[in-house]
Design a protein around this ligand. Sequence first.
Ligand SMILES: Nc1ncnc2c1ncn2[C@@H]1O[C@H](COP(=O)(O)OP(=O)(O)OP(=O)(O)O)[C@@H](O)[C@H]1O
Ligand SMILES: [Mg+2]
Length: 214
Amino acid sequence: MKLLKAKAISHAFDYPLFNGVDIELDSGESIAIIGISGSGKSTLLHILSTLLTPKEGEVELLGEKLSQQKKNALVQMRRNDLGLIFQSHYLIKGFSAYENLEVASMLSNEPIENKLLVSLGIDKVIRQKVTELSGGQQQRVSIARVLTKKPRVIFADEPTGNLDLETASEVMELLSGYIKEHDAGMVLVTHDNDLAMRCDKVYRIQDEQLVQIK
Ligand SMILES: Nc1ncnc2c1ncn2[C@@H]1O[C@H](COP(=O)(O)OP(=O)(O)OP(=O)(O)O)[C@@H](O)[C@H]1O
Ligand SMILES: [Mg+2]
């Protein structure tokens, strides 16, 4: 099943970042987007994930054309079907890590799986306040929160940016496993070429184009 279809996307704030971008994501598939800092990776991810409207072109997500959706429908889609993992984690700071997961669990009516916490290596610190956790631990809590929702499409912006190589590799393994197991899809932005190459398809933003390199 096609999860995502973007056609002829262009975006310019004061200047063009990219022109005529086409991208398609099938269920069970992962896509990586690489490119130098400032090339527009996060901007493209925001466009694909309902958070920004492109200047031209159309994004179709889970069979719905985003330009035709009401704001409320987009909120529902984000809440129920999308897993957004961003450069800043947006965890609720006054809460413990576990309480953050409980919010996701209540909103989506899905249980918190202990095996997920163990495989992310956060089971021992889950009762601590978010502010007491290291940057990498917070990053893994935010990934646990997203996966607890059982999303159909994951959008991840540098999800392993704060992690050492070994932990990053394990987190990547977990995300890929989730995609295959749940027939979900993932669009991943990363600076790390090795991690990118573990995705099914890899694109680089260069000279305002999206060039497929795998
Ligand atoms: N809301 C905005 N208004 C104007 N310009 C913006 C806005 N958001 C981003 N930009 C500009 O668009 C360009 C691309 O930004 P973007 O965050 O997409 O880059 P990136 O490829 O994700 O970089 P990095 O690897 O550093 O995260 C930057 O030059 C940035 O200043
Ligand atoms: Mg970015």
